[in-house]
Design a protein. Structure first.
Length: 364
């Protein structure tokens, strides 16, 4: 008996779902009072989030900043965008010889970088050798761009140049994960990626008790027990904070940033000190990756947000993005301070979430 071939029905042609916009609820909070070497004045900030308690939490820190003459002081201490390339050699000795040759050509490599972009400048070259593998980490200044594409383009030019002029090495990858992009790593926390900024505030005792309903001693103690020891026990990498990622994501989405960069951006250290009843509180963020030009920045809502933030002004290259980084760091401090204060009081955090989310129609 001859078996009949099985007929498989042809599925209907797949159709792509229609493109549609799903706006994330956004609210302007503030103003925050900021001083420092990259921004000064009072500014409202846009926060795009589904977590509605974030708005009043940041607003509480913002109100506090306006009651202090210097507000939140932000010091920008460094800036660099990175891209690492992977080279392969026959053995470690050859890889090491190649690394020495690369460092000897730094001036030459800076010229190659300038030919790749009007704004990219090669700052530093670092390397790491594992067996026959040579990882080369290029660090660039990138003007007002966050610099991902600019750094990759420059690295591509540099890689081609190295393969042409350095003997006995071959191509491994344009990205060797020694950058490190969108991953929480020790190297980013140590060397920085993007803008490295510290936001700090000095709060008199009367405001700590009156506005935050707690004490400097309680916040300092909780910071050690929760942010430092708790994170250590959890295996955190170069990080000790309560929720930097919340503020970063909300501001990144509202200002057209690459939201995935909150992975390394949320690395950072909160410091709290009881100074005779007054509170010193700071947030150090070594990996703020923001830009005011580039992909996403011409969308109407983003352009409006950057304009209202004062980051569309006629300033020297890089200054608008430095301002945005300072505003971002200050925003993180506002939310971090508010949450830490709330967590010193039993029940306060959950009561606030329940009250605010029910009032907006969100499930409690």
């Amino acid at each position: 008996m001859t078996s009949q071939p099985t007929t498989v029905p042809t599925p209907a042609a797949a159709t792509a779902p229609p493109d549609y916009a799903t706006p994330i609820p956004t609210r302007w909070v503030g103003p925050l009072r900021i001083t420092g070497n990259a921004a000064a004045g009072e500014v409202h900030v846009p926060l795009a989030t589904y977590e509605t308690p974030l708005w009043p939490s940041v607003a509480r820190g913002a109100r506090l900043s306006r009651l202090i003459e210097d507000g939140i002081k932000v010091t920008l201490v460094d800036e660099r965008m990175t891209r690492s390339v992977l080279l392969e050699a026959p053995d470690a000795e050859t890889a090491y010889t190649a690394a020495l040759a690369i460092h000897a050509r730094t001036t030459e490599l800076r010229e190659v970088t300038r030919r790749s972009s009007r704004f990219a400048e090669l700052l530093t070259v670092r390397h790491e050798i594992t067996g026959p593998l040579l990882f080369v980490r290029f660090e660039f200044s990138t003007g007002d761009a966050s610099g991902h594409n600019m750094a990759t383009l420059a690295a591509d030019h540099l890689l081609t140049h190295l393969l042409t002029h350095i003997p006995d090495i071959s191509y491994g990858s344009i990205s060797g994960n020694y950058c490190t992009d969108k991953k929480a790593t020790a190297i980013n926390g140590i060397l920085g990626r993007g803008k490295n900024a510290t936001a700090e505030i000095h709060i008199p005792q009367s405001l700590v008790t009156g506005r935050l309903r707690t004490t400097a001693a309680k916040i300092a103690r909780l910071n050690v027990h929760k942010n430092l020891i708790g994170t250590l026990l959890a295996g955190g990498i170069r990080s000790a904070n309560a929720h930097y990622a919340n503020m970063l994501l909300a501001l990144y989405l509202a200002t057209g940033q690459d939201a995935a960069n909150i992975v390394e951006g949320s690395q950072g250290v909160t410091y709290a000190d009881d100074r005779d009843g007054d509170l010193y509180f700071s947030c150090t963020l070594p990996n703020l990756i923001v830009g005011t030009i580039g992909n996403g920045k011409t969308l109407p809502s983003v352009d409006d947000a950057l304009t209202r933030l004062g980051c569309r002004e006629d300033r020297p290259s890089g200054d608008n993005t430095r301002r945005l980084a300072a505003i971002t760091a200050a925003t993180v401090l506002c939310g971090e301070l508010s949450l830490m204060a709330a967590q010193t009081n039993p029940g306060e955090l959950m009561q606030a979430h329940t009250r605010i989310e029910r009032s907006t129609g969100s499930p409690a």
